[in-house]
Design a protein around this ligand. Structure first.
Ligand code: HAM
Length: 420
């Protein structure tokens, strides 16, 4: 056997209904908030992420699946969707094509990380982005959408954390304050942090090395170094969240691991996920569109890890709106009528199963149980004689006889009642 690559995983039938539920709930939600779906290629030019995600990020420095293709071009399997969506926004001038450029995307992402529960090398994100609106009301709207997603999926114990990382006006002073505050202690930090202190001091907050944490916790807070415009913006985001009644905590450590963020950053944790408990994360990136060759447009968005949503969701929600029916046939004569009934049920939009191998009625009922059938529709010589179908409720064992002519309507009514 040739096994799957480490850090990748198959999504098997037992799990796929949960994925479909995440996709359908989020799709409905995104459309309600006015987002349109975009699908971009999985491969992009390496420089899109070097420039977009940022040269000083762990993603670009350590985690990219990058290679030279047969034409000599440097290609990357996308590690995140934001630079791709910015590229599409610019390349297709979506600003002209759409009233407000509000986009969403589902798809696989690739990062060469150390695999563990909730962390994979190929994982899947759902991602939303809004371009061209700087009003703090849109920051709050995007956070509200993220919150609605997590609550509609029933994820227990969600916690929203927010921060503001300032802008190119106030960030340099904050970086200097970090370095000054560390002073000679910088040599006690890990090698990565020492490098970060020299290249991009904000990245020190991404450090996971346990010995470094006490020093990092004592560092200055970005919200205390915001310029007037950023301070007013952040206060307004908080006011809007209060107005929506969304609970949140401000954490000075939430700088997020990507270089493009300006002003608002946020994450939602929860769902008893253990170490990898960030279900989703995002923020504002006001200089990115221009940096990637587009017009000077602001942007904000977030991405959720679909694996993490699926892990954090409560069990068995996904079966709610299915009504599997099982058609059973006793005897050769009944088999043909049963096949016709099976086809009619499916044509009528109902989920129906049958056992083809001509086993005993007992083993057919066992199969119905394994399929979690709600009802079995049984046809035997007796039923054929009176042009009827026996309808057995698999949960209660109760059985009635219904006329064959009205059986489709009867099953439709059962399905409608099931969904209520
Ligand atoms: P990110 O925080 O790198 O942000 O990833 C977003 C989410 O993707 C995480 O919260 C997590 O749920 C999931 N995720 C990340 N890495 C892995 C992994 N190795 N395995 C499983 N799940 C993972 C971004 O990607 C930004 N593009 C978000 C954004 C959109 N900011 C603005 N717009």
């Amino acid at each position: 056997m040739i096994p799957a690559i480490r850090g990748t995983h198959d999504i098997l039938p037992a799990e796929v209904e949960r994925w479909q539920r995440v996709e359908s709930v989020s799709r409905r939600l995104f459309e309600r908030y006015g987002y349109a779906e975009v699908r971009t290629p999985i491969i992009e030019r390496e420089e899109l992420f070097a420039k977009g995600t940022g040269e000083t990020t762990d993603i670009v420095q350590k985690e990219m699946y990058a290679f030279t293709d047969k034409g000599g071009e440097r290609i990357t399997l996308r590690p995140e969707a934001t630079p791709s969506l910015v590229r599409a926004f610019v390349e297709h001038n979506l600003e002209q094509a759409m009233a407000t450029a509000k986009l969403y995307l589902f798809g696989p992402m690739f990062r060469y990380e150390r695999p563990q529960k909730g962390r994979y090398r190929q994982f899947h994100q759902l991602d939303v982005e809004v371009f061209g609106v700087s009003d703090p009301a849109v920051d709050a709207e995007v956070i509200d959408l993220a919150w609605a997603l997590v609550t509609e999926l029933g994820i227990p114990g969600p916690e929203l954390v927010i921060n503001s990382v300032g802008c190119p006006v106030c960030r340099p002073a904050f970086g200097e304050a970090l370095v000054a505050s560390l002073g000679s202690d910088v040599s006690r930090l890990c090698a990565d942090c020492q490098r970060r202190a020299a290249t991009n001091p904000l990245r020190i907050f991404d450090c996971k090395v346990p010995e470094d944490q006490a020093l990092i916790d004592a560092l200055p807070h970005s919200v205390d170094y915001l310029c007037e415009a950023c301070r007013v913006h952040f206060a307004s985001v908080e006011r809007h969240l209060d107005m929506y009644g969304i609970p949140y905590r401000v954490s000075h450590r939430l700088v997020r691991g990507l270089d493009y963020y300006t002003r608002t950053t946020f994450e939602i944790m929860g769902g008893n996920l253990g170490a990898q408990n960030a279900i989703l994360g995002g923020g504002r990136y006001d200089g990115l569109v221009k940096r990637l060759g587009g017009p000077d447009r602001v942007g904000i968005g977030f991405a959720a890890g679909i694996e993490r949503l699926v892990l954090a969701m409560p069990a068995d929600q996904e079966r709610r709106d299915r009504l599997p029916l099982f058609v059973a046939a006793m005897g050769e004569a009944a088999r043909e009528s049963a096949l016709a009934l099976l086809r009619d049920l499916r044509r009528a939009g109902l989920e129906a199963h049958m056992e083809y191998e001509g086993r005993s009625i007992k083993s057919q009922m066992k199969r119905a149980d394994r399929l979690h059938a709600a009802y079995a529709l049984i046809l035997g010589d007796e039923e054929l004689a009176v042009d009827a179908v026996a309808v057995k409720n698999m949960a209660t064992g109760e059985q009635i006889r219904a006329p064959r002519a009205g059986i489709i309507d009867h099953c439709r009514a059962l399905a409608a009642g099931w969904r209520e």
